[in-house]
Design a protein. Structure first.
Length: 226
């Protein structure tokens, strides 16, 4: 074990600061010059700004529908692992019946808790819209490896080869693993996701980001969400 959880100071049970031992990828990475990070941030700001309108409209609609079809809070906020292992609070529209998280790191998604309205939100990827706020804050990008629940991420870091290296870049609302593999769980699924994420980290470019964004829209239009 790498001792991430035992060596880190905690606030409310959540480690504060980057996980010890998290190393940056060595060598030159595609898109690692000065131009790409600036272009990517500009792409993130424009894209997230455009998402604020559907975000506001969806929030208003869900405020009216949730009392009848998805009783409980509007938002689901969860600590996830960000760039260089730093925890951050990711925002989503809630799609599940409220309950403590009991699922283990390699357990399948507890789909029995997804409400009928929540299933619709997931298939249309509407539940991810609030993460536009994380993008504007600089905690996420539109495109990048999907961030995992922090306690689960600590387990993956100790058991899945290459998992740490996927955090050399900001996590994303969508990513190469999502467009190529879809939802992944279980040991084999997590390992496949990590390999796709590492491929993205090695070859990141604005052209690749735009291609993933276009494919994400195609997935949404064909109702292939989780």
């Amino acid at each position: 074990m790498l001792g991430w959880s035992s060596q880190m100071p905690r606030a409310g049970g959540v480690p504060v600061g980057p996980a010890p031992g998290l190393r940056r990828l060595g060598g030159r990475r595609a898109g690692a010059g000065r131009a790409y990070p600036l272009a990517k941030r500009g792409f993130d700001l424009v894209g997230a700004g455009l998402l604020l309108v559907p975000l506001a409209l969806a929030a208003l609609a869900l405020l009216a529908l949730n009392p009848w079809l998805n009783r409980g809070r509007l938002f689901f906020v969860q600590e996830r692992m960000g760039r260089h292992g730093r925890p951050f609070r990711a925002w989503k529209f809630r799609t599940m019946a409220a309950a403590p998280i009991e699922r283990g790191a390699f357990d399948p998604l507890d789909r029995h808790r997804i409400t009928p309205l929540g299933q619709l939100l997931r298939r249309a990827r509407v539940d991810e819209l609030p993460q536009a706020l994380n993008v504007l804050k600089g905690e996420m990008s539109l495109i990048g490896p999907r961030p995992d629940y922090y306690p689960h991420a600590l387990v993956y870091a100790d058991t899945v080869p290459g998992y740490r290296d996927r955090h050399a870049v900001k996590p994303g609302i969508s990513g190469l693993a999502q467009t190529e593999l879809g939802y992944a769980d279980g040991p084999d699924g997590i390992r496949a996701k990590v390999q796709a994420d590492l491929l993205y980290v090695r070859t990141a470019s604005l052209a690749l980001d735009l291609r993933i964004a276009r494919k994400t829209l195609a997935v949404i239009l064909h109702r292939q969400g989780a």
